[in-house]
Design a protein around this ligand. Structure first.
Ligand code: SME
Length: 166
C-alpha cells in the first residue's frame, strides 16, 4: 500500500516539494509511462486542494494521420475531451508554444475548451524531452485565480522529473 498524503497546512512551496518527492519515489523504478502518469495524476489530486480535474494529455498521432495532436491520458476528474489539436484551447496553446499557461479565468481565454462547466481557472505545463513536447500536465479548478506562480514552478519541476519516465 502506498500512503502518500500531504501534511496538514503546508505552505504551497512545501506542498510542491512533498508532491515532487512522492512522484519521484513512485516513478523512479517503473519504466511503464502509463502507470507513472496514472499515479502522478492521483498524487496531484491528493496533494493539491481545490481541483476538479488533474491529469495528462499525450502527444500522439491523429486518428486520420497528419499532424500529431494531444490525446487524453491518465487523469482524475470527469470524462474529458479526447483529442485536442496543437494551438487549440489552453492545453493546445501550451503544447504549441512549449510554455506554461497560467489562466486565472478560463472564460476569458480565447478558444478555451470547456470539458467540465465547473472549471474556472487552469494551469497547463508542457513536458519536454530533448526540447520536444511529449505531453502536458493539466490542472483545472472550480475557483477563479486558483493557481499561482508557485504552482507553475512546482508543476514545471514535476514535468522535468517526468520527462524520461512517461
Ligand atoms: N480546458 C482544456 C481542455 C482540457 S480539460 O480542461 C480537461 C483546454 O482548454 O485545453
Amino acid at each position: 500500500m502506498y500512503d502518500f498524503k500531504p501534511a496538514a497546512a503546508l505552505d504551497p512551496q512545501e506542498l510542491h516539494r512533498e508532491l515532487f518527492a512522492a512522484a519521484d519515489a513512485l516513478t523512479a523504478d517503473e519504466p511503464d509511462g502509463v502507470a507513472n502518469m496514472a499515479n502522478v495524476a492521483a498524487l496531484l489530486w491528493e496533494f493539491l486542494p481545490v481541483l476538479n480535474w488533474a491529469g495528462f494529455y499525450r502527444v500522439a498521432p491523429a486518428k486520420t494521420g497528419g499532424a500529431d495532436e494531444l490525446v487524453l491520458g491518465p487523469f482524475v476528474g470527469r470524462p474529458a475531451c479526447i483529442r485536442i489539436p496543437f494551438g487549440t484551447g489552453v492545453c493546445g496553446t501550451a503544447a504549441e508554444s512549449r510554455a506554461t499557461q497560467l489562466v486565472a479565468d478560463v472564460h476569458a481565454f480565447p478558444g478555451h475548451i470547456a470539458c467540465d462547466a465547473a472549471s474556472a481557472s487552469e494551469l497547463v505545463v508542457p513536458v519536454l524531452r530533448d526540447g520536444r513536447v511529449i505531453a502536458v500536465i493539466d490542472l483545472d479548478s472550480p475557483s477563479p485565480s486558483r493557481f499561482t506562480e508557485a504552482d507553475a514552478a512546482g508543476i514545471e519541476a514535476l514535468a522535468s522529473l517526468l520527462a524520461e519516465r512517461i
